[in-house]
Design a protein around this ligand. Structure first.
Ligand code: 5AD
Ligand code: FES
Length: 345
């Protein structure tokens, strides 16, 4: 095990059967060794600085119905909301004062916002906060829409591939969605010039160590600027309501493996990780993550953006989360920095 970890550390890649071997056999002692290596690589790339992104969940309407997701169109109990451009700008104002220099606009696939609306939102944010980066996370769109967003000033785009195995993809999504389309979007975003993030859930139903190894191979091949991974957590109003959540340990192992594969990539310690374990985000940083994404959405809508049950930070004001996270990072020897936190390849 140690030899394989050293090999990954040196070569930044392994073969599929080697990833499978690690995932099937890693124990607590070798995990600790892996985390140490990942921390070392992360320190070399970023020192003890942790980048922050202010997350603005601007709509929970969604035309899709991914089987795992609490805001899918099939959830008739979801209390739907949309933020206006003014609401979004208010979030940015609060965020800017708290030291955020990246705003992540995330939402369901909501056609209520036309390309023109999105462009106007981007333009306004860039006008008021020219020193900030904008990350979009609004799902699958046409290349021409992506192009318009980019020209308006959006810098980055998050679109998790969810699983790199076709059959697994079709067991997590309705027929209207395909892995091929998802990949087309990802390659088009990269070609347009976005810093692109992809990723997947750990422990999603029907996932195996073989599909996880395929995720790692895809990530290496695609070479994203950002990689978001977090545990799957069931949502009571979805068809996966009674499935088990993904494990903390396996999520940490995957964060560390990705850090060794992509030393400069931006990897968040996700809210989902903080939800399955009270120290999840700290553990994520100590396994090689270097980004946190506290919530900037108005408290009045926080609970409504529930992709999964028991999400943390749904009652706290933005400032509370900002200071809570600063304290958490300091306790483990890291600092939140005021910085756009761009990818530096
Ligand atoms: N548990 C954990 N993560 C989820 N996501 C969606 N639903 C869940 C869930 N039940 C993740 C998906 C999506 C991202 C925005 O949130 O990976 O890409
Ligand atoms: Fe939100 Fe700690 S980060 S309360």
């Amino acid at each position: 095990m140690k030899q394989l970890i050293d090999k990954l550390y040196e070569k930044q890649q392994l073969a599929k059967d080697e990833y499978i071997h690690i995932l099937n056999n890693i124990d607590a002692a070798s995990s600790e060794y892996l985390f140490e290596k990942a921390r070392e690589v992360s320190r070399r790339s970023f020192g003890t600085s942790i980048y922050t992104r202010g997350l603005i969940e601007f709509t929970n309407y969604c035309r899709n119905n991914c089987y795992y997701c609490g805001i899918g169109s099939g959830n008739k109990k979801a209390d739907r909301y949309r933020l206006s451009r003014e609401d979004i700008l208010d979030c940015c104002k609060t965020g800017y004062e708290l030291g955020f220099r990246t705003f992540v606009l995330q939402g369901g696939e909501d056609n209520h916002y036309s390309d023109k609306d999105i462009v106007e939102i981007i333009t306004s944010i860039k006008q008021d906060y020219p020193d900030c980066a904008i990350t979009l996370s609004t799902g699958e769109k046409s290349s021409s829409s992506y192009q318009k967003y980019f020209e308006a000033g959006a810098d980055r785009y998050l679109l998790r591939h969810e699983t790199a195995n076709d059959e697994h993809y079709s067991r997590l999504h309705p027929e209207s969605l395909s892995l091929a389309d998802r990949k087309r979007c990802l390659y088009s975003l990269k070609e347009i010039g976005f810093q692109v993030g992809t990723g997947f859930m750990v422990g999603s139903p029907y996932q195996t160590t073989a599909t996880l190894a395929e995720d790692l191979l895809f990530i290496k091949e695609f070479n994203p600027h950002m990689v978001g991974i977090g545990p799957f957590i069931p949502h009571s109003e979805t068809r996966f309501a009674s499935e088990a959540a993904g494990s903390l340990e396996l999520t940490l192992v995957l964060i560390a493996l990705i850090r060794l594969m992509l030393p400069k990539s931006l990897i968040p310690a996700t809210t989902a990780l903080g939800t399955i374990n009270p120290q999840g985000r700290e553990k994520g940083i100590l396994a090689g993550a270097n980004v946190v994404m506290p919530n900037l959405s108005p408290v009045s809508v926080r609970k409504k953006y529930s992709l999964y049950d028991n999400k943390i930070c749904t009652g706290e004001e933005a400032a509370e989360c900002r200071f809570c996270l600063a304290g958490r990072m300091e306790k483990i020897g890291y600092q939140l920095v005021v910085d756009r936190g761009d990818y530096k390849g």
